[in-house]
Design a protein around this ligand. Structure first.
Ligand code: GLC
Length: 472
């Protein structure tokens, strides 16, 4: 088993290199002596601990007789839909689902989850996995193999890219629930008013944005040209990979794992984003935006163009959540002249913790969530793009999401981020580089990229020969 690098928030913020440890090497140190002298408090301390131990030992049957499962997820953007789906499961199965909700950012959920898994905590049975974590969680022994739960006959019903993303060393570790791919949202009404069709290239987008912003300003309307996720976190890498790919570049070579973000095509794309997007078409505040903030600007009617994942379609069209309902268009992401439109592959899977004491029940729950009925409901009610192939031909799914009909190839062709068990550390080094050069216009992009490259090569050298990049 390869060593696992855990990039923590501290490592990011202090600029230290992340540390290397064996996956199960860290354990919290227990205090040697109880600091409380008054023994009369002991029953109050011991009783809940004893009750908890008994609860776990009984395989999750609470004292009242109800079974319980613990599910660690991010904070859903449509909590009412999630609550309905979970309540339905509780009614049918008699199992209570305790849903712990982390912040909606992938990076924040990763750090929380890794902390618990590294401690081999039995407090989590089921968790959400970002598509980029599968190699890390599998190599560390944190995600339980799902060969028995999710056989090949079932896997065939899913988009092939989502199954590949959940497979490590020929074993499947997660069941895909949604697939994500970057999309361009635009203000249909404004583009029509100014005589534009959706832009094919980034240059056209910036030109159109600039024209609309000026025209609106002349009428006293303050609007920005473009909003996207440029904060230092995982979303930044997704966005920047799209710019780089659409200029014919790449972050890493998918075959050899060699860094390619120092190539001229990649550097040029980064320079374009810095000089023409940030502080140009996009507000400088975009340097602090994750998905929710960037979407808020768009649905409040304050941006002409917006890059985000498929679920924004449903929110932008909902009159209770959006000021621009009915005035939104969706298109493939633009490209650079001579390049081709590319979307980053994202998406979320359900995994079972290797430390769960309720694996059978956990398996029933994730099969329910990823089943046909619930995926249809998520697609219709939240605009999430299903991982099940058949739903792209489903009448109710297409009625709610007509864009899925034309966009299926965007999901099928979406490009994964580098696949490695060291992904968090690699991503961390890239995020630091990108965030720094985007935020400071006078930084030398090529020199900063070269520094990031040295860091990444060092990180890759920690894996046994040949395992530094793509995984089997
Ligand atoms: C979305 C994607 C996920 C990505 C994240 C970045 O949730 O599905 O793969 O890592 O955005 O913010």
């Amino acid at each position: 088993m390869p060593p696992v690098l855990h990039s923590t928030v501290n490592a990011t913020e202090t600029g230290r290199m992340p540390f290397c440890t064996s996956p199960r090497g860290f354990r919290p140190r227990l205090p040697g002596r109880c600091p409380l002298r008054a023994t009369r408090f002991l029953p109050f301390i011991l009783l809940p601990i004893l009750a908890g131990t008994l609860f776990s030992a009984c395989g999750g049957v609470s004292p009242a007789g109800a079974r319980e499962l613990r599910f660690l997820s991010w904070n859903p953007d449509r909590p009412e839909v999630w609550n309905g789906i979970i309540e339905e499961y509780e009614r049918r199965s008699g199992t209570r689902i305790h849903m712990e909700r982390a912040p909606s950012s992938s990076s924040a959920l990763h750090d929380l989850l890794v902390q618990k898994l590294r401690n081999e905590s039995p407090d989590i049975d089921v968790f959400f996995m970002d598509v980029i974590w599968v190699p890390e969680f599998a190599a560390a022994g944190w995600a339980s193999p799902l060969e028995d739960v999710f056989p090949p006959t079932e896997r065939e019903k899913f988009l092939p890219g989502t199954i590949a993303a959940n497979t490590y060393g020929k074993v499947v570790y997660g069941i895909p629930l949604f697939v994500d791919a970057g999309m361009l949202y635009y203000r249909k009404d404004l583009l029509e008013e100014y005589g534009f069709s959706p832009p094919e290239t980034w240059q056209e987008m910036v030109h159109q944005a600039d024209t609309v912003v000026r025209g609106e300003a002349a009428q006293g309307n303050r609007i920005y040209g473009f909003s996207a996720q440029f904060k230092q976190y995982e979303g930044l890498l997704c966005v920047m990979q799209e710019f780089i790919l659409s200029n014919g570049g790449a972050i890493m070579d998918p075959e050899t794992g060699a860094p390619r973000f120092t190539d001229p095509a990649a550097l040029e794309a980064v320079r374009y984003v810095r000089d023409e997007c940030i502080g140009g078409a996009a507000p400088r505040g975009a340097l602090t935006y994750e998905e929710p903030e960037s979407m808020a600007l768009f649905v409040q009617g304050r941006a002409v163009f917006h890059r985000n994942w498929p679920y924004v379609w449903s929110i932008a069209g909902d009159r209770t959540a959006s000021r621009i309902a009915g005035r939104v268009g969706i298109a493939r992401l633009p490209r650079f002249p001579g390049g081709r439109s590319c979307s980053t592959l994202g998406g979320w899977q359900l995994g079972i913790s290797s430390f769960s004491r309720r694996r059978g029940e956990a398996a029933r729950f994730i099969l329910y969530l990823t089943g046909d009925e619930v995926q249809r409901r998520f697609a219709v009610e939240t605009g999430r793009a299903p991982s099940r192939r058949a739903l792209y031909g489903d009448r109710s799914v297409l009625a709610a999401n007509p864009q899925f009909r034309d966009m299926k190839d965007v999901f099928l062709r979406a490009v994964p981020r580098p696949r490695t068990p060291l992904y968090p550390a690699v991503s961390n080094a890239l995020q630091r580089y990108l965030s720094r050069v985007l935020a400071f216009p006078d930084t030398d992009i090529a020199a900063e990229a070269a520094t990031a490259r040295r860091r990444i090569e060092w990180i890759q050298s920690l894996l046994p020969q040949g395992e530094g990049h793509a995984v089997p």
